[in-house]
Design a protein around this ligand. Structure first.
Ligand code: SAM
Length: 461
């Protein structure tokens, strides 16, 4: 791969890094590695692939397959995630007590790489609010999190400044900020065309605004994790330094093995950032820094507020409760039945009341003409009790046909709802009627690609 980088970008790197800049520029002209992170709550098969060294469940693939043609991806068995950003796992493990119930906000979350990772790390009683300000991107985020299947997640569509309504609420806030994208130059050549010094400057200003807007929502003692995919100091360590001048915070130094090739960037006030660069690691450009908040007040639950959702009717509760492996509380939102965790109605109520919610908890079913239609999210949830429904194991081609929303004649004994599975993993629902069935896979998730005569695999199975 031969690439021409903007001269002002190369010059800045030269000033920043001296002779090392040419090594980085050379690495940026090579192909980027492809990596995935396994969802071990769904998929436990042994994986014979090279491991991402700073991740528990991240692996490199030898080449980039057509992920669209792998039903395992649609079933949420793995997420295609750039390797460097998987380092968030280590940052979280070293900065917070993951055995505790935590309230975590992923502020700039779409399409969901960091959120799916956070959802897998958090304890059973924790809550993840996964937020995205751009509506269309919030829908994609909701789709990816639904497929991942973690039950204690709220997807919201808010501007960072809206979080002032939840002052002192979160134990952890992740700001994976929109940035000049220098770290993605080799993965996405469009990022090069969009780059300019002026744009990088605008990004830095916007990042400072985002940080200040969301800072009040972090509780005292809480951890802010700030990351970007750029090498630009004005968007990285200088922003955290700036934040430390506006607020009361404490730097957090991570324990990082030297042999990993992750560069420690020291800034003023003892701040330390961690920079991934493709000439030193097998991954893209990534910057991350963690700090602890020292000022502000803890969140107080409003005294008399009623829970913002009404409980589902008794009859429906009795019907849906056996579909889940965990005890949940069931609420109704129009025709939809939602399963939320028991025991923390104050926190869930506050989030649902104060934010623009795209989805919350597990959408279990829709009530249609007094009948329950099981929801796609139920089939994909990790707390779904699979043996509550008859299941149909599909081969690779059938699974892809199902995901294309195709229908074909069948010879089954029982009418009603059937679960469609691939490698034992649920993909979604069909309703069998006599010798045919209706395909209930969501229209907006369906595969639009024509299926080739020969189907490749991803090398995972
Ligand atoms: N965290 C995501 C992941 O791991 O998949 C990637 C996030 S991407 C780097 C930054 C996100 O910030 C984008 O989804 C973008 O839409 C969103 N964004 C753009 N402008 C924003 C703003 N002013 N405030 C908050 N988020 C913004």
């Amino acid at each position: 791969m031969k690439t021409n980088f903007p001269v002002s970008f190369s010059n800045r790197l030269q000033m920043q890094m001296g002779a090392e800049a040419s090594l980085l520029l050379e690495a940026l002209a090579t192909d980027s590695p492809t990596s995935i992170r396994i969802n071990t709550a769904k998929f436990q098969a042994p994986v014979q692939l090279e491991k991402v060294p700073w991740s528990s469940h991240g692996y490199y693939l030898k080449e980039r397959p057509s992920f669209t043609l792998d039903p395992l991806m649609h079933a949420g068995a793995y997420y295609v995630q750039e390797a460097s950003s998987m380092f968030l796992e280590e940052v979280v493990k070293q900065t917070v007590d993951l055995t505790q119930p935590l309230r975590v906000l992923d502020l700039c979350a779409a399409p969901g790489g960091k959120s799916t990772l956070l959802a897998s790390l958090l304890s059973k009683d924790s809550m993840l609010v996964s937020n995205e300000v751009i509506k269309s991107r919030a829908e994609i985020l909701a789709e990816n999190l639904t497929k991942w299947g973690a039950p204690n997640v709220v997807v919201s569509n808010n501007d960072p400044r809206d979080f002032d309504r939840l002052e002192g609420f979160f134990d952890v806030i992740v700001v994976d900020a929109p940035c000049s994208g220098e770290g993605l130059f080799r993965k996405d050549p469009n990022a090069i065309n969009e780059w300019s010094p002026d744009n990088a400057h605008l990004c830095s200003d916007r990042q400072r605004r985002i940080l200040m807007d969301v800072w009040p929502a972090l509780k005292p003692g809480g951890v802010l994790i700030y990351s970007t995919c750029t090498y630009n100091p004005a968007e990285n360590e200088e922003n955290i330094q700036w934040l430390s001048e506006q607020t009361e915070l404490e730097p957090i130094r991570l324990d990082v093995e030297k042999s990993l090739g992750i560069k420690e960037l020291e800034a003023a006030n003892n701040l330390v950032g961690y920079q991934f660069m493709p000439h030193m690691v097998k991954g893209e450009g990534f910057f991350v820094c963690a700090v602890r908040k020292l000022d502000g007040d803890d969140w107080q639950a409003p005294r008399k507020d009623k829970f913002p959702l009404a409980p589902t009717g008794k009859k429906e509760q009795v019907e849906v409760a056996p579909w889940l492996t965990d005890e949940r509380e069931f609420f109704q939102h129009y025709e939809n039945i939602l399963a939320l965790p028991t025991g923390d109605n104050e926190s869930w109520g506050a989030v649902i009341r104060e934010l623009r919610i795209v989805q919350a908890g597990v959408l279990v079913a829709e009530i249609k003409k007094k009948n329950l239609v099981p929801a796609p999210a139920l089939a994909l949830s990790i707390i779904f009790k699979k043996d509550a429904f008859p299941a149909w194991e599909l081969d690779l081609r059938q699974a892809l046909q199902y995901l294309r929303k195709e229908e074909w004649p069948i010879h089954r004994k029982k009418d009603g709802w059937h679960l469609m599975c691939y490698e034992q993993l649920p993909l979604g629902w069909i309703k069998r009627i006599a010798t045919r069935f209706n395909n209930y896979y969501p229209l907006h998730w369906r595969i639009r690609m024509e299926l080739p005569g020969e189907l490749p695999g991803t090398g995972l199975l």
